[in-house]
Write a protein that binds this ligand. Sequence first.
Ligand code: KG4
Ligand code: ZN
Length: 340
Amino acid sequence: MQHQAITILGIESSCDDTGAAVLRDGKILANIVANQLVHKQYGGVVPELASRAHQANIIPVVDEALKAAGVRKSEISAVAYTQGPGLLGSLLVGGSFAKSFASALGIPLIEVNHMQAHILAHFIQSPVQENKVPEFPFLCLTVSGGHTQLVYVEDYFKMTVIGETLDDAAGEAFDKSAKILGLPYPGGPLIDKFAQLGNPLAFKFPVPKIADLDFSFSGFKTAVLYFVKDNMAMDVDFIEKNKNDICASIQYTLVKILMEKLKAASDLKGVTQIAIAGGVSANSGLRKALLNNTFGWKVFIPKFEYCTDNAAMIAMTGYLKYQKQDFATSSSIPSPRMKI
Ligand code: KG4
Ligand code: ZN
């Protein structure tokens, strides 16, 4: 019997990136993301502007993904969309589009949890060679602009959050520190860039003492704010003169906070397969710390385009759900506070 290919169209619209991807049998054929530049001038994502931009982007992005994949609408097996967590208005745009598209084609609709999808991005197969994927159980540190979670992953859909942030997310700690230094949003990649030229031990910032496997970054942010204020009071050119060293020291401390909790989780669970996911996993300091670990860890880092928000991970999760015939009903609606 001939193998019937499973082709999934994935739609991502949880925050400020509009994404569409086409996946066939676990391999990505196209992965298109439209970034919304409109938020830059406001120093953060403006929800109403994000929804409007999704509305304008969604059809061209899906069109481009199908064209790049060389896939006709009639070949799509199912449409997977980000149901949550995320901004309600943004989720509504992607969700309504996905629902109508699936309904018009008479194919199943699949609901995807964005946080699960960040983790399941590790299972996307390379089109050219067999890639190494984590074996169950493994630990995943999901670090993005909205979330910081330590997840114990026993199976594709058996995931337990064993630690999370009590306040700001790791990405926010990068972005807010960058804002204090006068850098534009999102500042994480800029801190990373300047950090590579600086001395990570030039300045000392506090590492919060938080019980168990939880995280807190709000005290860190306040420490950066007062550090900058105090030094600027003595020298108005302080930031300009020390930008690389400040960024390196901020990054060093944030990576230290993340690595200490990962180590504690690894010891607690007796798990040495460690994965990272989410936008902050693009950070060079975090990647270096993980790859140079002395704990005997086997480390998994997704390809750069699967770290930040993307629809490839949504399509991959949809593919795994399709195999279980786990389909949504026509009353499917977004769930902004969806949990893993
Ligand atoms: O996963 P993501 O694209 O979107 C959310 O779901 O939030 O993550 C975005 C976050 C932003 O806070 C951004 O500053 C951060 O990831 N980020 C980085 C780097 N690249 C992206 N933070 C530090 N270093 C980077 N290289
Ligand atoms: Zn995300």
